[in-house]
Design a protein around this ligand. Structure first.
Ligand code: ZN
Length: 467
């Protein structure tokens, strides 16, 4: 047996270390059913066990790949044969909900949905929400700075984290479980770990910021005849709703058709034939007055000619149906093989961007499919492309078409999915040389042996070369 593996088994007990078929049977990410190639998966039960695991791996120069709910889309949790996976799956405790400070303290392996429910039971809200809520874990949400459906109102994960505990590459436990909104006592170290994809430390516990639970919900689906109207509508509803706008999700017509036609379970709430469909949601404090205002704002937009058509959700069931339609990304599988992208760019540049991507695809492939939808209020589009046979050379060509036009528009190759291994090659298309040099310096300072998730976000070889 490999030396480090037997040392870990002695240190944590055999039930904490999976080997052989137990490892092979595991998935490694969304749409990656396995086999997992890692030489072992370690499943610590406590922060202390994470620390002891990393101390042994540090001494042995053993690379470690942290794993949460395995719903990531960019390969950030995929281990190679010589690597050890470290899963937080046994650290799922919701340790405390504190209504007085409006905080919740949880272990990193707690599933997002369990956290949402725990907040709800205390009449509070943890606003992070995304399609993978049932499987993803808060540790993964933190490591990737997850976005999701309500960023326009509550921000990304980063804005919802008050404190955290992380274990550094050498096993040092960095406990920074701050519960205050304000704390400017020096560097705010939590931000180093949020969005670092497990390359700087392994998050073990988190203090979450909870919000008041909304007492009113309003939602509508509207159609618009051109993009200028969509942009004007965003400004109109954001201004008119007085800070209660919680989602502004845009579906280009091909996406709308996909999620409202057989075999999808939803039927179209509005007729086809419009280029854009927008799901608008508002969360407020008084159902009666908020509904009145919501209808008034949409009525004004209609009068101003911004809307071609609209349907209001009259009940919770109708609202849930609109969201179920928007969230039914499983339908994208009907276009398989597909390549999925997650980009952000300034809203006014979006129509030109989508046109350029479509033209770029049409120049290289016959009958390309390009389906676009996204959190438009956040400047975030998901671009789904179906061309060719889905092989790697095709993927690389499509990446050039999708990422290339971002460079002149000041866009990002990753809005909310992270870099992992899949986008590493394009990091320099969205970050300057100086920014990447600073990232390397931070990595070098915190993990000079390069054992934490090597090759994710940044090239591994250069880190190792300096170790
Ligand atoms: Zn998204």
């Amino acid at each position: 047996m490999d030396d480090i593996v037997s040392r870990l088994t002695r240190e944590l007990g055999p039930d904490a270390v999976l080997l052989g078929d137990d490892v092979r049977a595991r998935a490694t990410g969304w749409g990656r059913p396995g086999p997992c190639l890692a030489k072992a998966i370690v499943r610590p039960r406590t922060t202390d066990e994470v620390s002891r695991t990393l101390r042994l791996c540090w001494e042995a120069h053993q690379p470690v790949v942290p794993q949460g709910g395995l719903t990531g889309l960019v390969g950030g949790t995929v281990p190679a044969e010589h690597e050890i996976g470290l899963s937080l799956e046994r650290m799922t405790a919701i340790e405390a909900v504190d209504p007085a400070t409006r905080t919740m303290t949880v272990e990193a392996g707690a599933p997002l949905q369990a956290i949402q429910q725990a907040a709800d039971e205390h009449d509070l809200l943890f606003p992070l929400d995304l399609g993978a809520r049932g499987s993803c874990t808060i540790g993964g949400n933190v490591a990737t700075n997850a976005g999701g459906n309500r960023v326009i109102r509550y921000g990304m994960t980063r804005e919802m984290i008050l404190g955290l505990e992380a274990v550094l590459a050498d096993g040092t436990v960095l406990t920074s479980l701050n519960k205050m909104l304000k704390n400017n006592a020096g560097y705010d170290l939590k931000h180093l770990f949020i969005g670092s994809e497990g390359t700087l430390g392994i998050v073990t516990r988190v203090v979450l910021r909870l919000r008041e639970k909304p007492k009113s919900h309003n939602a509508a689906l509207v159609a618009a005849s051109d993009f200028a109207n969509v942009a004007a509508l965003l400004a109109a509803v954001d201004g008119g709703l007085g800070g209660t706008l919680s989602a502004f999700e845009v579906m280009w017509e091909p996406f709308y058709q996909l999620v409202t036609s057989e075999p999808a379970r939803n039927r179209p709430p509005l007729a086809y034939g419009h280029p854009y469909y927008v799901l608008i949601e508002s969360l407020g404090s008084n159902q009666e007055t908020d509904t009145e205002r919501f209808e008034e704002v949409l009525g004004q937009a209609m009068t101003a000619g911004l809307l071609a058509d609209a349907v209001l959700a009259k009940s919770r069931a109708e609202r849930d149906k609109l969201w179920a339609m928007r969230d039914d990304v499983e339908q994208l599988g009907r276009l398989a093989p597909i390549f999925t992208y997650d980009v952000s760019l300034p809203i006014p540049t979006m129509p030109g961007y989508v046109d350029e991507v479509r033209a770029g695809l049409a120049a290289q492939w016959r009958d390309p499919k390009c389906v676009v939808f996204g959190h438009l209020g956040d400047g975030n589009l998901h671009v789904i492309v179906s061309v060719g046979n889905g092989d790697l050379p095709t993927r690389r060509k499509v990446e050039e078409v999708v990422y290339g036009p971002l460079r002149t528009r000041g866009g990002s190759v990753s809005a909310e999915h992270g870099i992992g291994t899949e986008k590493r090659k394009y990091l320099s298309w969205s970050r300057t040389e100086a920014e990447i040099a600073a990232m390397r310096a931070i990595k070098q300072a915190l993990d000079p042996r390069g054992i934490l998730n090597p090759g994710k976000v940044l090239e591994a070889t250069e880190i190792h070369a300096r170790a």
